[in-house]
Design a protein around this ligand. Structure first.
Ligand SMILES: Nc1ncnc2c1ncn2[C@@H]1O[C@H](COP(=O)(O)OP(=O)(O)OP(=O)(O)O)[C@@H](O)[C@H]1O
Length: 208
């Protein structure tokens, strides 16, 4: 077992249904884990457990050899979690959202205008996010992945609402994160289009 990130014997019960039990996984630096499964199989529930946002019914999760439950604050600084919800402030502009994240997570300085330009949001930096399209809002949300230095990313359906160009750009960002020794856990119903040598898949079966 690696001491970077692993889970042992995880169980999750929702509405009297056992989504999974006895689930083991491990992730080493530079690795991409894709969690797959039908709608309702429990992918988001698993990712929320792994992100420390909910507690397993059984089993434990270890980050750098220590149980997550004993180091949630430290873990939060090593994690970038992006769930189904965009996590952006809709009344703030894209630039203001980036400034907020940089301050909240004490991230190093970046030229946010250039970053938004690279993400295809040039000219929209000062528009309140509620007025952006779904795909544009998703790009603002994903901008965190260009700001963060967290070694572990947990991403729930990050490609939703993105056009093909944005999907390719995000997958290139995945490559950079993995090459820098980071690791990624991702759910997606779409096949990953770029070749990831370190890709590992975990299929969650839908159980009644
Ligand atoms: N907080 C909750 N309370 C009660 N039931 C929940 C909760 N979260 C999830 N569930 C139930 O757990 C099951 C799995 O949900 P989950 O969101 O993990 O599935 P998923 O595999 O991510 O699905 P999808 O592909 O549709 O996003 C669903 O039947 C859902 O109704």
């Amino acid at each position: 077992m690696t001491d970077f990130f692993c889970a042992r014997g995880l169980s999750c019960i929702r509405q009297d249904r056992v989504l999974f039990q006895g689930l083991d996984l491990e992730l080493v630096p530079g690795q991409l884990l894709q969690v797959q499964g039908k709608n309702g199989a429990g992918k988001s529930s698993l990712l929320r457990l792994l992100a420390g946002l909910s507690t397993p019914d059984d089993g434990e999760i270890l980050f750098r050899g220590q149980p997550l439950s004993q180091q949630l604050d430290e873990f939060a600084t090593s994690l970038c979690y992006i769930g189904h919800q965009s996590g952006i402030h809709e009344h703030l502009t894209a630039l203001e959202n980036l400034a907020f994240w940089r301050a909240a997570y004490e991230l190093p300085y970046q030229d946010n205008l250039s970053l938004l330009g690279e993400l295809g949001l040039a000219g929209l930096e000062d528009v309140p996010c509620r007025m952006l399209s779904a795909g544009q809002q998703r790009r603002v949300s994903l901008a965190r992945l260009w700001l963060t230095q967290a070694p572990l990313w947990i991403l729930d359906e990050p490609f939703t609402a993105l056009d093909q160009h944005s999907i390719a750009r995000l997958q290139q960002r995945f490559h950079q994160q993995l090459a820098a020794g980071g690791a990624i856990i991702v759910t997606t119903h779409q096949p990953l289009s770029v070749d990831f040598p370190s890709l590992k898949t975990l299929e969650l079966a839908y159980r009644w």
